[in-house]
Design a protein around this ligand. Structure first.
Ligand code: FMN
Length: 347
């Protein structure tokens, strides 16, 4: 089948890629002892790389114990945790596929059960609504990050990125979406600070801008991607307040400070209503590498690329449920749909 998605793609920052297929970040809660990566995880990613996924973004990897919020997810805080990824990275790279580590701090989407008993933190002390499905308890009440603590938070990301590069990753993706820590600064419904990190659009974007700047200065523009989700579903459509104003400030600004790799997510929602819409807004101000998707058909994915909206297309659940996803796209074989049974095993 003729398809631009299935052809090789020469990317300015990532080099020659075997297809335009990206595996998006998916937490699997299968980490080994001490939140390490295991041989089973290595095989899981390697199978998808062998089949033709060109770029793998790992599951969210927690940058520091104080930023965890989930059962049994990997971390990138210690030497042991960093080294545990070397096998996965080298297996994936041996197939010609690139692999980025997704760096994650949950902020208020957590509970002290996950942070070694220390207070969970956020841009404010506003608690997330609802029950944490991980431990069946309400989310914890966060402690507001003090102004003086911001450098420490940035350092956690920088150190985790350093650990990712020591393990050989091609790059890092900073998770700035889905209501986690950096998104808790973007969002004026959560962020009620009255210092330099709250209030105006510029102030709410400040922590993200500072983080991107420090990472790019240290590791270079080809090594740093961010994931944002200005429009997603969460009990209905959930968008950044002041959406246009935010995008009009943030997108030119990240370009100006040298960011070149951007991933727009809608989480598990209809792409055309959420991130597809945002990509159309962003593209006017962003002519660098841009990825997005969500369960698109091959022809939908092709047309997003042909229209010049995306460089590569991300898939999550289909790649999880179909280790031979790219082969199935090539042959037209029906895709398996993700079920709880498939979700509960790593293969
Ligand atoms: C089991 C599962 C875990 C996920 N974990 C993450 C994650 O750790 N980080 C992230 O940015 N997105 C995560 N997502 C969202 C996916 O990356 C993707 O954006 C979403 O599933 C929509 O794409 P799809 O329709 O192709 O699955 C997860 C999705 C699923 C289904």
């Amino acid at each position: 089948m003729e398809s631009i998605v299935l052809e090789p793609f020469d990317s300015e920052y990532l080099g020659l890629l075997k297809t335009r297929v990206v595996m998006s970040a998916m937490s699997r809660s299968f980490a080994g002892t001490h939140h390490t990566c295991t041989a089973d995880i290595a095989n899981y990613y390697e199978r998808r790389a062998i089949d033709g996924v060109a770029l793998i973004i790992t599951e969210g990897i927690v940058i520091h114990t104080s930023g965890d919020g989930y059962n049994n997810v990997p971390h990138l805080q210690t030497k042991e945790q960093a080294e545990s990824w070397e096998n996965t990275v080298s297996k994936v790279q041996a197939t010609g596929t690139k692999i980025f580590a997704q760096l994650w701090h949950c902020g208020r989407i957590s509970h002290p059960d996950y942070t070694g008993g220390v207070s969970i933190v956020s841009s404010s002390n506003k608690k997330a609504e609802g029950i944490n499905r991980q431990n069946g308890k309400p989310f914890g009440v966060p402690r507001t990050i003090e102004l003086s603590e911001i450098p420490e938070i940035l350092k956690m990301y920088v150190d985790a990125a350093g650990n990712a590069f020591k393990a050989g990753f091609d790059g890092v993706e900073i998770h700035m979406g889905h209501g986690y820590l950096i998104d808790q600064f973007f969002d004026s419904r959560i962020n009620n600070r009255n210092d330099a990190y709250g209030g105006s659009v510029e102030n709410r974007c400040r922590i993200a801008i500072e983080l991107i700047s420090v990472l790019i200065d240290k590791y270079g523009p080809g090594k740093v991607m961010i994931r944002i989700s200005p429009s997603r579903y969460m009990n209905g459509l959930y968008e950044w307040p002041e959406l246009e104003e935010m995008l009009n400030y943030f997108i030119p600004k990240i370009s100006e400070i040298g960011l070149r790799l951007l991933d727009v997510s809608c989480a598990a929602a209809d792409y055309y209503q959420t991130s597809g819409k945002i990509i159309r807004m962003i593209r006017k101000q962003w002519d660098h590498f841009l990825i997005g998707g969500a369960s698109l058909s091959l022809s939908q994915a092709d047309s997003e690329i042909i229209e010049g909206l995306l460089e590569m297309v991300t898939w999550g659940r289909y790649i999880l449920a179909n280790p031979d996803f790219v082969t199935r796209l090539k042959t037209g074989k029906e895709l398996r749909v993700l079920t709880d049974e498939i979700r509960s095993i790593l293969y």
